[in-house]
Design a protein around this ligand. Structure first.
Ligand code: ZN
Length: 314
């Protein structure tokens, strides 16, 4: 554990709990935009864990997950340090948008640049000031609006450290996810830091199950890293080697016949698509077996729309 965490020209010593507001930009009105970062340090030596949410500004479950851990339940850190950034994309949060005002996806802008677009500048700050100080991280995400993700960890399951962290987190599902170019997960990995992604629920809507799974999984991971003493045992995760989307072959009104997380057999009825006047019905049948890890709750659909995200077990 470093003697001090350095942030915004401040030094945070062991045993301290401090909120640091980092000035990152201004709105066009000249209102300053700060990025609040909470640093919680145990008295004893240990790992440094980054908790970050709201990289996509409308994905609010992770924001609430971190808020509850820090303010409602107050993490009882025995060893090490938690660096928490509850809302990375403040602009997106204000506008209920995934992206920055210029349409940029912040998670496709890493490692960023000091003088680039707003997204590049935020990415640059995180890569320069935060990532070098951490050991591991959890990046909290959700599905899009009307598209829910069953609570799941996404990481490179072939990587030993990723696998170990996901095993400790013990979410209902773990999905193998290759690195995406210019994502924080990939760029942090290039610097030797392992960040796993937790996905749960949908955008713009709080989901209690996802929030609870996020909190419990984080505590289990912290226990694994000897940061806290108490453990919360859980069922082992279901590991998924890959995933595929079932898409609508025809436009219409869709009724899903599958519950979140449900196991799906080959030949099973997944959904029924009807025309709004009730003259025609088209069943959607499973061609593969797997688990329903993501569902589109939008009922009025067009041909080609994604209906169900199916995880294929290892
Ligand atoms: Zn996201």
């Amino acid at each position: 554990m470093p003697t001090y965490i350095h942030l915004n020209h401040q030094k945070i010593a062991a045993g301290e709990n401090r909120l640091i507001n980092i000035h990152i930009a201004r709105l066009p009105t000249h209102t300053p935009i700060d990025l609040p970062v909470q640093v919680i340090r145990g008295k004893e030596d240990g790992a440094v864990l980054l908790l970050m949410a709201g990289l996509h500004g409308d994905e609010i479950n992770g924001i609430e997950t971190i808020r509850r851990m820090i303010f409602d339940q107050t993490i009882q850190l025995k060893r090490g340090t938690v660096i928490a950034i509850p809302i990375v994309n403040i602009y997106g949060f204000l506008q209920a948008s995934r992206d920055l005002p210029d349409g940029k996806d912040l998670n496709r802008c890493f490692p960023g640049s000091a003088n680039g677009s707003l997204a590049n500048r935020i990415a640059w700050f995180i890569m320069q000031e935060i990532i070098p100080q951490i050991d591991v991280g959890i990046d909290f995400h959700t599905g899009a609006v009307n598209r829910t993700n069953v609570p799941q960890v996404r990481c490179k399951t072939g990587n030993m450290t990723n696998r170990e962290l996901a095993t400790a987190f013990s979410a209902p599902f773990v999905l193998n996810a290759e690195f995406r170019d210019k994502s924080i997960r990939k760029e942090a990995f290039r610097k030797g830091k392992n960040i796993i992604v937790f996905e749960g629920g949908e955008a713009q809507r709080l989901d209690e199950r996802s929030i609870n799974e996020g909190i419990m999984g984080t505590y289990r991971m912290m226990h694994h890293m000897q940061m806290i003493d108490d453990n919360i045992p859980n069922e082992p995760s279901i590991w998924l080697k890959s995933s595929t989307w079932i898409r609508a072959k025809i436009s219409g009104v869709c009724r899903l016949c599958i519950a979140p997380g449900q196991f799906i057999s080959k030949g099973q009825l997944l959904a029924i698509i009807t025309d709004p006047y009730g003259r025609e019905e088209f069943p959607v049948i499973a061609r593969k077996e797997g688990y329903a890890i993501g569902l589109n709750y939008q009922s009025v659909i067009n041909a080609g729309d994604a209906l169900l995200h199916i995880g294929i077990p290892e």
